[in-house]
Write a protein that binds this ligand. Structure first.
Ligand SMILES: [Zn+2]
Length: 168
């Protein structure tokens, strides 16, 4: 069994062995459940990667192929949740040819999804920038930041690790 991306039964099994559906990621897309954390290689660009048949493929594209079949030529698989390493197929949408992923994210940003609409609703862009600045300056813990801004420590973590608010 092989589809057009070369997703063999073996690759399928390996894919799921590297997914943590109850991972530390706190992103939720309304009505679609939490992100699936990728526990294998995540490159600097923020995407998870999986070796399939000697090729390194982006994990979210593999996920799409497993759940939805081949990715139409020239289309990119984008994240509604703004979490590039997320491999929850319900968080994906297809971008049009020529879009890069940054564009995809930007396009979807003003649809009622991540950022101010979800669990991060207590924060504004200005506050997020302030949180990152404070933390970078040092001497303040994530817990203390959470208290100060009235959000959970996990939210602070997701801001600092750019799981959320990646556009800032
Ligand atoms: Zn997600």
């Amino acid at each position: 069994m092989k589809n057009e991306m070369g997703i063999t039964r073996d690759a399928h099994a390996r894919f799921f062995s590297k997914v943590d559906k109850d991972g530390p990621t706190v992103s939720h897309v309304d009505g679609l459940g939490p992100c699936w954390a990728w526990t294998a290689a995540v490159r600097r660009d923020g995407y998870g990667w999986l070796r399939v048949g000697g090729r390194m493929l982006r994990a979210h594209r593999v996920s799409w192929a497993i759940h939805n079949g081949p990715i139409p030529t020239g289309m990119c698989v984008c994240h509604r949740c703004d979490t590039r390493s997320c491999v929850n197929p319900e968080h994906f949408f297809l971008g049009t040819k020529g879009d890069n992923n940054r564009d995809c994210v930007a396009k979807k940003r003003h649809v009622p999804l991540p950022g101010e609409q979800n669990s991060q609703a207590k924060l504004t862009e200005a506050k997020v920038i302030q949180i990152r600045k404070l933390y970078a300056t040092g001497g303040v813990s994530q817990k203390a930041l959470g208290k100060r801004f009235g959000v959970a420590k996990s939210n602070i973590w997701s801001i600092l690790s750019r799981k959320h608010w990646v556009h800032l």
